[in-house]
Design a protein around this ligand. Structure first.
Ligand code: ADP
Ligand code: MG
Length: 736
């Protein structure tokens, strides 16, 4: 460290030329205290004023309806103030050898009047417009005075100009656009070279990054678009690199700090169970199991994400892991997002384990269900069994951990259909002795940029392929006016023995209203189109027992059609339901739609997903095919619901849909502190900066894997940077 330079940079901002104590006060009020702070006060945008034209040429741009800003260098021929109403304006006419035009100001008239002198030359930049007399005008242009000698400094015109966002009150007081540019220019010229590099040199070189000094210079005053982009890339890389370092630390320190459980994989048991299954596992399922077993064997805690598309068969994989844990004498917990899904898992899994035990003549593994709304007696019994260790598999909702459950010896936690097992939730577990293995199973695929960032502390297994013999679900988009035909179609299919879901979304005004309109919808249909088939209704006001009852009846084919108003019952598995009709489909998000569609197509029969929407959401498709890569942000926003629906028609791959979804939703609050505990990203665009993220992740993870505590001398700089800038984001241990 060069401490002299450091000291200079840590001096008060007032020592920068053209600042002084008064302006320093203004800077301080927006958090800029030192010279270094000022150097890192980056422009919010740049204005490209590098198109410098003669007046004659500028007129031709005007004809073409040119949108950008231009710069003109010309001589003042006349200036005049004029009253309009109670206010004053000023017009300055300028000429060059090709013509004449005028600049107009409605504010700061007195000041401008003094600046512009007849016979002197100025550079002015702005958007050209036409006055009502047909003359070219620049309204409120920025300007630089041009003197005869060669010392001209173009700060406001003629090139790419930084634009700094600053509160109006301060701007009006003593830090206007012009003075800010001058101050920043002074600071960058004098002090940028004193900055110490904040990334290791081999990383700067190896990734073709600008050094910090060059990057700071170019982010303020780039010579062209390219040098600006290079500067930006450096800051993007640095930002995501340190973020990845934090995540890598979180990942490897978690594993090395906390004692996990080493389990033994009983191959005999495994083989027996696989033989017992009515199907063969897919390759992806097998590979995932292999990953899981490797983790289970290790004395380090497992922290794994299973990413699989809807219907790819994640449940069976997790069940096998639970059987292995039970064989080792450990309890497992399976947490589902809803009670009804927990209940479904409970029924399927207990039945399967009982059948398996019967076939092999041993006692079945004991399974318990723990959800709200159970009666007190049952609940006490269940809790007792968990405490004594009699229950080996405990199935419940995510709320399970909010309650007082004392496990006998918990060894494995499976979180189903949720993206993340929060840091806090895991924190709760860390307090109790050995840390159980954790498997998180995603509800739908996660976009790649997210698995490389927010989820990067998890090991990932992918289940991409669907079980053999599944036919692609046919998805169609229809108008509301087609509903009678669709209802008739559903009735005909019902008579052939095929069941249907109808999803009926409700504006969630109030639960009462929801109930009323659900019942109205149900009554209307059962009195008309569906009068000679059986229809069930599932809505949000039912208790889970009532819901469960309906689901059981549907599964037992007591109904041909199930109308469901609860927005989504993820994970429900009813193989004989092969049609899903989604009303007002534009109201759903893309991953929700994909989840809903995943309720069908769970057998070898052809399944259908019918999306019904208004006319306006079909429009885009009628015009042309979707290729959202080529759409501007404005178009994306205009056609959002239509793109969602058409993407559903076009793609069945959940991984593809997840990427589209991220693009449509934008980065949003992905890095919001509430879940991830990671610093917010300022430079990185999580949707589009995939390449930079990938490179930075690779390097950061390799580095930490090789030096988990950052003790090696060569990593001193990184360690220092973490301490200075990111200490509030450490998780499991402090960096000394
Ligand atoms: P998801 O991954 O969406 O949670 P499920 O675990 O509910 O999917 O599995 C979907 C359906 O596929 C279930 O009915 C399950 O029994 C079945 N299944 C799982 N694996 C296979 C396989 N390898 N071959 C055939 N069917 C399978
Ligand atoms: Mg599932």
């Amino acid at each position: 460290m060069n401490s002299i330079n450091e000291n200079i940079l840590n001096q008060s901002v007032q020592y920068v030329k053209a600042v002084g104590p008064k302006r320093a006060e203004s800077f301080e009020s927006i958090g800029i205290k030192t010279i270094r702070d000022l150097l890192f006060y980056f422009p919010s945008k740049h204005l490209d004023r590098s198109t410098t034209l003669t007046i004659g040429k500028a007129y031709s741009y005007l004809v073409d309806g040119y949108e950008g800003e231009i710069t003109i260098i010309a001589e003042v021929v006349k200036k005049g103030k004029r009253r309009y109403g109670k206010k004053e304006m000023i017009k300055v006419s300028l000429k060059d050898s090709t013509g004449l035009f005028e600049c107009v100001w409605f504010q700061g008239v007195k000041y401008i009047y003094d600046i512009f002198q007849e016979g002197k030359t100025y550079a002015v930049s702005g958007k050209p417009t036409r006055s009502k007399y047909g003359d070219m005008q620049l309204i409120h242009p920025d300007y630089d005075r041009i003197s005869q000698d060669e010392t001209n400094e173009y700060l406001n015109t003629g090139k790419i100009i930084p634009f700094y966002r600053i509160p109006k009150t301060i701007k009006n007081k003593n830090l206007g656009d012009f003075s800010l540019r001058r101050i920043l220019n002074n600071a960058v010229e004098k002090y940028a070279d004193l900055l110490q590099e904040t990334l290791p040199e081999n990383i700067v070189q190896g990734n073709d990054l600008l050094k910090i000094n060059e990057a700071v210079k170019n982010i303020h005053f780039p010579l062209g678009k390219e040098s600006y982009n290079k500067a930006l890339k450096r800051f993007k890389f640095e930002e995501i690199f340190y973020l990845e370092i934090l995540i890598a630390l979180r990942k490897y320190q978690y594993k090395s700090t906390f004692p996990g459980i080493a389990m033994n994989i009983n191959n005999n048991l495994l083989k027996n169970f696989l033989d017992f299954l009515p199907y063969k596992l897919t390759d992806d399922q097998q590979n995932t199991l292999r990953d899981i077993f490797a983790d289970m064997k290790m004395a380090q805690p497992m922290n794994r994400l299973i990413q699989g598309d809807v219907g790819s068969g994640k449940t069976i994989v997790s069940l096998i892991a639970m059987i292995i844990a039970a064989d080792n004498g450990y309890q497992s917990v399976l947490m589902a997002p809803t009670e009804i899904l927990a209940d479904q898992h409970y029924k399927n899994i207990s039945k399967m384990l009982n059948d398996f035990a019967n076939k092999n003549n041993f006692d079945p593994i004991q399974v318990s269900l723990l959800i709200g709304g159970q009666n007190k007696k049952d609940r006490t019994k269940v809790l007792k069994k968990i405490e004594t260790g009699e229950s080996k598999i405990i199935i419940g909702t995510h709320a399970l951990f909010e309650e007082k459950v004392s496990f006998n010896n918990l060894g494995l936690i499976i979180v189903d259909e949720q993206h993340r097992f929060g840091v806090e939730q895991r924190g709760k577990l860390l307090k109790k002795g050995k840390v159980p293995d954790v498997i998180v199973m995603s509800a739908t695929p996660i976009p790649r940029t997210l698995t490389m960032t927010v989820y990067a502390d998890l090991d990932v297994s992918l289940i991409k392929e669907l079980p053999r013999g599944r036919k692609k679900i046919k998805t169609v988009l229809r108008r509301g006016s087609n509903l009678p035909d669709i209802y008739n179609y559903i009735v005909n299919k019902a008579k052939e023995g095929i069941q249907s879901f109808i999803v009926y979304p409700l504006v969630e005004d109030s639960e009462k209203l929801e109930l009323k309109s659900a019942e109205t919808y149900y009554n209307n249909l059962t009195n008309t189109f569906f009068n000679d088939i059986n229809v069930g209704l599932l809505h949000g006001r039912m208790s889970w027992q009532e819901k469960e009852n309906i689901m059981l009846q549907f599964k037992a084919h007591k109904f041909n059609v199930l109308i469901s108003t609860t927005v989504i019952e993820v994970g429900i598995d009813i193989p004989n339901a092969n049609i899903i009709l989604i009303n007002d489909a534009h109201r759903f998000g893309l991953s929700q739609l994909h989840q809903l569609r995943g309720r069908v197509g769970r057998s070898e029969k052809q399944a259908y997903c019918i999306l019904v929407t208004d006319d306006k959401n079909i429009k885009y498709n009628l015009k042309k095919d979707i290729s959202i890569e080529y759409l501007s942000t404005v178009q994306l926003n205009m056609y959002k619901s239509s793109i969602r629906l058409n993407s559903m028609v076009k793609y069945s791959d959940g991984f593809k849909l997840a990427e589209i979804d991220l693009k449509l939703r934008g980065p949003g609050d992905i890095f919001g502190t509430k879940q991830s505990g990671l610093p917010d990203l300022v430079f990185i665009d999580i949707v589009n900066d995939t390449d930079i993220i990938e490179d930075a992740k690779y390097i950061a993870f390799k580095l930490i894997k090789d030096d988990i505590k950052l003790e090696k001398e060569k990593n001193n700089l990184i360690r220092q940077q973490l301490k200075n800038n990111y200490s509030s984001h450490f998780f499991y241990s402090k960096i000394a």
